[in-house]
Design a protein around this ligand. Structure first.
Ligand code: T3D
Length: 263
């Protein structure tokens, strides 16, 4: 088993995080959680990081919780699974959603259980045609977690959310795209090229404005129209003060491509 549960690479403003436990389809263990938490904290703090790309090593994206770590030990009572959610999964999902920089997922293979939740928490999801999404929780008597009960009905509607969650059936990437669960399904051999190009394009964008778009769309899930209109006013005020806005308008008027600096 690898000593580096997440491979981290920073290039051209994109922090690429490759879940790296291919023998177990990149299932979550504490070391992987800790490495991901550290990487997202870095993305929050370091201005040169202007987009994040998450993918998996080997043939899977992420198979959710590592079930080898959940073997029943005779004589021990039931494990408190809520504690693990509080400690690892929930902070991860909150961090991804709160990060005011774009997060792209390149789903290279199966995304199951909390691995599917992880993908759905990202801002833009590209998946390889051979990938699939599985709400594996019900197969082992659990409830969808790491945000799946929130993301699924919002993205796919309640009928499809219930169907996926109750049956645990695999949803092929093409169907996931057709249902609006993800942004795009692409040919297997094009996935990483397309995902990197997209992440790099976002990293060269007006980072402040992109972060504010993310904030506004996240909040719209809870707001009524009046509250959202006020929020748009506030976020627009903030975007209007950015140097990138000034540059965007100047570039348009001068008929040249903008040179955004993320400030
Ligand atoms: O516990 C808590 O803290 C609460 C939080 C829970 C969050 C969750 O994510 S619960 C859901 C956990 N995940 C699952 O139940 C999925 C289990 N995996 C599968 O059902 C299948 O592996 C897949 C459908 C994802 C893929 O199937 P397939 O046939 O393509 O691959 P495979 O042969 O099953 O897996 C390949 C290897 O990865 C295999 O190891 P081996 O036999 O070659 O040594 C398999 O055991 C291992 N693996 C896959 N998923 C996991 C795993 N090992 C540990 N944990 C896994 N989740």
């Amino acid at each position: 088993m690898t000593d580096t549960p997440v491979l981290v690479d920073l290039s051209e403003g994109v922090l690429t995080l490759t879940l790296n436990r291919p023998e177990r389809l990149n299932a979550f263990v504490p070391a992987l959680h800790e490495a991901l938490a550290a990487a997202f904290l870095r993305a929050e703090r370091e201005a040169p990081i202007r987009a994040v790309l998450v993918t998996g090593a080997g043939r899977g994206f992420c198979a959710g919780q590592d079930l080898q770590e959940r073997k029943h030990v005779p004589g021990e009572g039931p494990r408190d699974l809520g504690a693990g959610l509080d400690r690892y999964y929930n902070p991860l999902i909150r961090r991804i959603r709160a990060l005011e920089k774009p997060v792209v997922a390149a789903v290279n293979g199966v995304a199951a259980g909390a691995g599917m939740s992880l993908a759905l928490a990202c801002d833009i999801v590209l998946a390889a045609r051979s990938a699939s999404f599985i709400q594996a929780f019900s197969r082992i008597g659990l409830v969808p977690d790491a945000g799946s009960t929130w993301f699924l009905p919002r993205l796919a509607g309640s009928a499809r959310a219930l169907g996926l969650a109750l049956t645990g059936e695999a949803l092929p990437a093409e169907q996931a795209a057709a249902w609006g669960l993800i942004w795009k399904c692409v040919a297997d051999d094009a996935l990483m090229t397309e995902a990197r190009a997209l992440a790099q394009r976002l990293a060269q964008g007006p980072t402040k404005g992109l972060g504010l778009i993310k904030r506004a769309l996240n909040r719209s899930a809870h707001n009524d129209l009046d509250t959202q209109l006020d929020l748009e006013r506030d976020t627009q005020r903030e975007a209007g003060r950015s140097e990138d806005y000034r540059e965007g308008v100047a570039a348009f008027l001068e008929k040249r491509p903008p040179r955004f600096r993320g400030i």
